[in-house]
Design a protein around this ligand. Sequence first.
Ligand SMILES: [Zn+2]
Length: 242
Amino acid sequence: MLEQLRMLVELQVLDKTLYKLEQDHQNIPVKLKQLDDKEAQLRAALQEAQEELEQVAARRKELEKDVEAVKARQRRAENRLMGAKTQREYRAANAEIDEAKDSIKGKEEVLLELMERQESLEIEVTKHGEVLEEFLAASEAERKEMTARVKRVARELKRLGKQRGGLLKGVDAGLLSKYDFIRQRRQGVALAPVKAGTCLMCHMDIPPQQFNELQRMDRVMACPSCQRLLYWADADGFETPE
Ligand SMILES: [Zn+2]
């Protein structure tokens, strides 16, 4: 049994590394996706401001054309006013001039609002563009690093997986399945060293009777609190891994 425990301790060292690598392997794609989402969000904000800016600019152009048309109408009415031969012609031309002036005044008020909106949208578009550029520049290195790391981690997982296969050869099948069962439920750590009667994984005390029995290391016992498989850390040849 001592030899079996020694093999499990060795296996556990490897499994801790494997567990960290597996976590990394799962988390990197999630982080990459978060960067993509953030980028999409920044691009959408920029596009929204750009589209509104285009709409405002188009409306302004149209309205400016309208104003020009009304001004031309006003000029024609003014010419008619100068050449008016009857009271009726005079009044009609005058009324048209007044109407044109009102219309221009109203349109110019709207134009002013549009110009102000256009200016603030131009600032907004510039700002969104800068934020996007900054994000892309800052995240580029991170993306490259993570993309390279996920490949490295995959290679390392493969290599250690093979190494694990080698370590498993001498381990008792029943013991191994118990070990794996606990490992999957305890963040990759199925084995717990016991020092001075305390489980070093969950820091609970082992009942003295059980601790006495444990020191004989002739059978595998489970921690009453965390259910991990226990070994006596002070036994010969069992140094406590960190
Ligand atoms: Zn424990």
